[in-house]
Design a binder for this molecule. Sequence first.
Ligand code: MEV
Length: 440
Amino acid sequence: MDKAVSGFSKLSKEEKIEWISNRYFSEPGEAISLLKNYWNADEKLQKLHDDFIENTITNFYLPLGIAPNFLINGKTYTVPMAIEESSVVAAASKAAKFWAERGGFKATVLNTEKIGQVHFIFKGTTTKVGKLFTENKKLFFEEKENNTKNMQKRGGGILDIVLNDKTDLLPNYYQLHATFETKDSMGANFINSCLEQFAKTLKRLAQENTDFNEEEKALQVVMSILSNYVPNCIVRAEVSCKVEELADKKTNPQEFAEKFVRAVQIAEVEPYRAVTHNKGIMNGIDAVVLATGNDFRAVEAGIHAYASKSGKYTSLSHAKIENGIFSFWMEIPLALGTVGGLTSLHPLVKFALEMLEKPSAKELMQIVAVAGLAQNFAALRSLTTTGIQEGHMKMHLGNIINQFEATDEERVLIVNHFEHNAVSHAAVVDYIESLRKVKV
Ligand code: MEV
């Protein structure tokens, strides 16, 4: 059957599902009912989800878990996390409890500046385009005024616009580099619409400039778009305690602290390790970002760029022992919103924000950064002591049990057995088979 298609988006949802099922599945009926099983019985709710994107055929579930006991700047938060990886919520909860018993996390927003750029080609001298910009800089702000009024009322707006000469990188390449304050919104729409207006103003000014020749008048705007790299929108998260307070049942605190610091130093100097180290941080960050309806791709891209800002990819977090005090901290860029976007549309996002007691964007930056640091602490704690597989496989056990559709009775036996035995996929399969053999 032909798999090329035109006008797919014009088909109804039912027709789309039929089209796919008939072409890609040996049992189309089964594929259709699988998709429909994930439809929400509440038609209004389903329609809301259908309309988020184009060509929606069903919903794709991720678990929404809860990590309680996050003590941040003296306030206790119950943190929502949307993630599929078995051990993440358990690890976050464990780290949160551990630090709540040692004074909790401290988090500080250092700055909140967002960035956008108009990239353009000008085939004239830098002096000419510079003159055009400086003589008309005010106009860029004025011509945007109507659209910025609301943002200004909330205390935000355009902070500055500068002209950057990038001709050493690419012939005739210049940019308007604008900075913004967007308060509680992530600001993507606001920034992009400001930039598109700047682009129009810029083109018009070039066309009308009587000192410009024809080539100069034809100034070409290549694109106008916000940057997801926000190195001046930084939040710091940290924990510290006396080394001896790190003691628990199993660990010698001095040995643990030293090994932990060493593990962080390895991530600071070794990019292969740094990527995995930072991935552990992103386990916490993405899960909260997603649950609160923020753009995790933007956050990921910005944070990894920040991790390479020295020219070499390195650890986002740092640790030290000084005068008997263990400190562990991280500074990361986070452009988040608690208004606009999905925040008032997706019912579970609304739920998550309400559970966080309707935080401002700044407060959410603090919570998200702390979730990342907690996750990093939990991962390094496991890695430098028991190894991660013990905890990870214990959590994964449930997935293997589900895969084999174990009965309730089998489930109890399996869980009991693996309380005292190492979990591996093969070991669980062997055990399930041995249970089933006995029955036969
Ligand atoms: C797994 O999702 C994350 C870790 O690999 C992070 C780390 O190695 O630090 C455990």
